[in-house]
Structure formats: C-alpha cells, structure tokens
Design a protein around this ligand. Sequence first.
Ligand code: CO8
Length: 259
Amino acid sequence: MAYNNILVEKDGHLAILTINRPKAMNALNNETLTEIDKAYDELMEDGQTRVVIITGAEKAFVAGADIKELMEADGEKAKVISSKGNTLFRKIESCDLVSIAAVNGFALGGGCELAMACDIRIASEKAKMGQPEVNLGLIPGYGGTQRLTRLVGKGKAKELIFTADMLDARDALKVGLVEHVTEPGELMDEAKKMAKKIISKGPIAVKLAKQAINFGSETSLPDGIAFEIEKFGQVCSTEDKNEGTKAFLEKRAPEFKAK
Ligand code: CO8
C-alpha cells in the first residue's frame, strides 16, 4: 500500500517502518497516525512479519504530535486525538509483532511515547528524548505519563515531565529509557541484528513471552505467575517446543515452524 507519511519495507520476517515527514520533523499528524495504524494491521495480517523496526527519516525519530493540529484542538477534539494515538500505541505494545524503536534523532512528546510503546528501544548517539509538553502548556497525551513512569520510575518521570528536559542517548540509557546506544551509522545495522536474532527463535515462544511480560507488568506478581504457568503449558503443546528441545539434544540448530 502507498502511504504519504510513512515508508514500509519488508524483508522476510522483518519490516522497517520509517516515519517520513522530515519537513515537520516527522511529527505525528492525524494522517500519519492513520497510516501507522493501517500499516500495523497489514503487517499483523500478512502471515509473515514478526519484527518491526520503527525509525524516522533524516534528523528526527518523531518530534511529537503535530503542534499545528494541536493548536486547533479544543478539549473535546483533543480527547478524540489522544484516544486515537493511545489506541494505536496500545496496539503496537500488545500485538504479536515485536517492535523495536531505532531512535535516530529527536524523540519528543508523542515521539518518545511511540518509542516507549515499542518492546525495545535502541538509540543513536544523536538521539534526544523527552516529554516537553509542559513547554506548550500541555501534558503528555499518548501514554507518556504512564509508560515513562513504568520505565524510569515515578521520581524520574516527574522530573522529566515537569522540567521538559531532554535526555541525550547516554542519559536515556542510564535511566532505562533505552536498552542500547550505538554510533549513528550503526543504528539500523544494530536494530536489524537484534531483529534477526529474535526472528531466529521460536516464534510462538517469543509471542507468548511478550504476552506474559506485558500482562505481568500490569498486574500483581501472583497473577503474573499464574499467567506464565498458563502460557508455559501452551508453549509446551507446540511442535516448535518438540523441535527446539530435540535439536538441542541432537546438537543441531532447530528449525522452527511457528506451529
Ligand atoms: N509539530 C509540528 N511541526 C513541528 C514539530 C511538531 N511537533 N516539531 C518540529 N516541527 C517543524 C517546525 O515547526 C519546523 O517547521 P518550519 O520549517 O515550517 O518552520 C520544522 O519542523 C523544523 O523544526 P525546527 O526549525 O524547530 O528544527 P530545530 O532543529 O531547530 O529543532 C526540535 C528541532 C528541537 C525538535 C524543535 O523542532 C522542537 O522543539 N519541536 C517540538 C517538540 C515538541 O514540543 N514536541 C511535543 C509536541 S506535543 C506532543 O507530542 C503531545 C503528544 C500527545 C498528544 C495528545 C493529543 C491531544
């Protein structure tokens, strides 16, 4: 499908989704949110894609929600926009695809929130991340108050949101906002290397592990453990589990079939 504001490239089980509105620092306007949503629907249904790398064209990852659109939104309209972005980001977070944010530059406001909705974040040394909404008299509206708190803790999230300070990649790594930092020229290679490693593992196992981690991070420990036991039973009923354990004992690489 052709899009105006994103590019989607597929290579086997990997897809690369590039937000491509460089004239507006890849800001997420309504049309871009719709396009990302459609692209995810398509990738979830193609029966092929397992990992998506999200990145941004040129200087920014995503510099936030589109401020021009926000300026025109009253309270009711803003709730509709916030709900649309939140629904999309929840889809990215909870679907069976693994999403890796390759943060190439500014990831601010809605951009930082998009990165946080991904499963894993790798940042280039050029990345700058933060929630600067209070500079505009706003608060984060695509899950930032919730996901930043869960990733970096309550005190750091409050500091970052109240001051609107941007973190460079090294500081983002220190506080747990990203998992890895790379040289700018190596960002996509590192993200692809990680994606390919994940793709080589048992696909059902990765999917169920994602479900268990997500569920457990949103509930009590006993409920999370009960969920893990359930998923462990489920994964042990797959052909891939038989293949994985057999291959280990036969000292060969497994051939997973996602069955
Ligand atoms: N929206 C729209 N346009 C933008 C945005 C944005 N978020 N960011 C940059 N642009 C545009 C600029 O207006 C400029 O356009 P033009 O060339 O037509 O003047 C162009 O991109 C280039 O930007 P700059 O000249 O400012 O480039 P610099 O390299 O000097 O600065 C920055 C780069 C630091 C990224 C700077 O552009 C900036 O501070 N941008 C805004 C960052 C920001 O405040 N983001 C948060 C937005 S609010 C938000 O995300 C809320 C999310 C929840 C919404 C919930 C819905 C209700």
